[in-house]
Design a protein around this ligand. Structure first.
Ligand SMILES: NC(=O)C1=CN([C@@H]2O[C@H](COP(=O)(O)OP(=O)(O)OC[C@H]3O[C@@H](n4cnc5c(N)ncnc54)[C@H](OP(=O)(O)O)[C@@H]3O)[C@@H](O)[C@H]2O)C=CC1
Ligand SMILES: CC(=O)[C@@H](O)[C@H](O)COP(=O)(O)O
Ligand SMILES: [Mn+2]
Length: 382
């Protein structure tokens, strides 16, 4: 029986993780969970799994939850609450990090220090502090197992070993506006941006897919997860999202991971690897139904956010943290209808231009840069 701790329980990945745990009660025990404010979604899961520790974002939510529960778990709040979940349980437990944004960084580090393996969906953690996360991974001998579909695909094609690899090839759907030219993106709406052609996901990552920042973050994520140089990571447009990513070996062989777009597959694999379990009710891929699969060379001018992200990744140091914070802030403003879609890329580019990169920032420096960048970007629209 594996003991699981879950950050971001009420989100898209969080709920699918709970579905995986519910399908295999003989394999997994949910010991603790964290969510933000969505008690209506959290409550039935909490009653079902009865975790002993729960973290919520604020004291009002804690009070509301306490009044609704039929048992008496420990309830903690805020950033300290996320840390408490990260530190709960025993070495060898698994923390599933499915919170949205760089708020996921400090708890990831604490969970590693307390000997947990990390099933990482929260790509912003690796983008903002990949050098710190990988250093702690080595120091504490814990596993960092990808949940992101592309990285899980690569992990499965690598069999855990990146030797003899020539290239990682990430596939990109093109997002909600994949069939539009850049000049036609001026007036696009939030509703249109949230209409991803293949995946049902949280709002922030869906907008990131539409700008292609998601793929940029994923290139940086792949660099840190697999220790592969940016020169050896390619991105190819693949509108069907059936080939989840590929590994090209030195002899020219390419191994690919295929499947229907169902995040329960990579989530569950992160919890069971190298073994596999059935997923009740999952839709199977029938290649004859898909018919043809399409691949196109990436256009880095059309998808400028991808280019910016790769540049920031290559620059390294604090640049990816600035990229990420500027993007999180700009996407939040877009979702609130305060800026236009194309301003997301513009604001990220401006934040990067204004930043003087630190070579190997500490956690404290990263958190400070994150806050400063968010407030600068908030000011760009005033
Ligand atoms: N969705 C997907 O298919 C994929 C997602 N990912 C990555 O996984 C992560 C989660 O994505 P997704 O599930 O879509 O996101 P969602 O927006 O659906 O969910 C985010 C979760 O984080 C919680 N949360 C947000 N801020 C805080 C906070 N300050 N304190 C505590 N909890 C907080 C939310 O709580 P509440 O809503 O209760 O406030 C919610 O449970 C992201 O990093 C994303 O890039 C990667 C690959 C695929
Ligand atoms: C499910 C998942 O992993 C997302 O990151 C998804 O891949 C988004 O797809 P695109 O960014 O390629 O549109
Ligand atoms: Mn992905």
């Amino acid at each position: 029986m594996k003991s699981i701790h879950l950050l971001g329980a009420t989100g898209s990945i969080g709920e699918q993780t709970l579905d995986v745990l519910a399908n295999h009660p003989e394999e997994f025990k949910l010991v603790s969970l964290a969510y933000g404010r969505n008690t209506a979604t959290a409550l039935p899961y909490i009653e079902k799994f009865q975790p002993e520790l729960i973290s919520v974002q604020g004291t009002e939510t804690a009070h509301e939850l306490r009044g609704l529960l039929t048992y008496h778990p420990e309830i903690v709040t805020g950033k300290e609450g996320l840390i408490a979940v990260a530190e709960a349980g025993s070495p060898g437990d698994i923390l599933v990090n499915a919170v949205m944004g760089s708020v996921g960084l400090p708890p990831t580090l604490k969970a590693m220090e307390s000997g947990k393996d990390i099933a990482i969906a929260n790509k912003e953690t690796l983008v903002t502090a990949g050098h710190i996360v990988t250093e702690l991974q080595r120091k504490y001998g814990v596993k960092l197992i990808p949940v992101d579909s592309e990285h899980s695909a690569i992990y499965q094609c690598l069999h855990g070993d990146a030797k003899e690899v020539e290239k990682l090839i990430l596939t990109a759907s093109g997002g909600s506006f994949r069939d539009k030219a850049r000049k036609d993106l001026q007036g696009v709406t939030v509703k249109e941006a949230l209409n991803h052609p293949n995946w049902s996901m949280g709002a922030k990552i869906t907008v990131d897919s539409a700008t292609m920042m998601n793929k940029g973050l994923e290139v940086i994520e792949a660099h840190w997860l697999f220790g592969v140089d940016y020169d050896d990571i390619d991105v190819v447009l693949h509108k069907e999202s059936i080939v989840h990513s590929m590994v090209e070996y030195v002899d020219g062989s390419i191994l690919a991971h295929l499947g229907t777009p169902d995040m329960r597959v990579p989530i569950q694999y992160a919890l069971t690897q190298p073994s596999r379990l059935a997923i009740p009710g999952s839709r199977r891929l029938k290649l004859w139904e898909a018919g043809a699969l399409h691949f196109e060379k990436m256009d880095y001018e059309r998808f400028r956010a991808l280019k910016l992200a790769i540049q920031a990744g290559r620059e390294g140091g604090s640049a990816p943290a600035v990229l990420n914070a500027a993007n999180e802030q700009a996407v939040a403003m877009f979702l609130e209808d305060r800026i236009r879609f194309l301003e997301i890329d513009e604001f990220v580019e401006r934040a990067l231009e204004e930043h003087e990169t630190l070579t190997a920032p500490s956690l404290e420096e990263i958190l400070e840069i994150d806050q400063k960048t968010r407030s600068s970007v908030a000011d760009y629209s005033r």
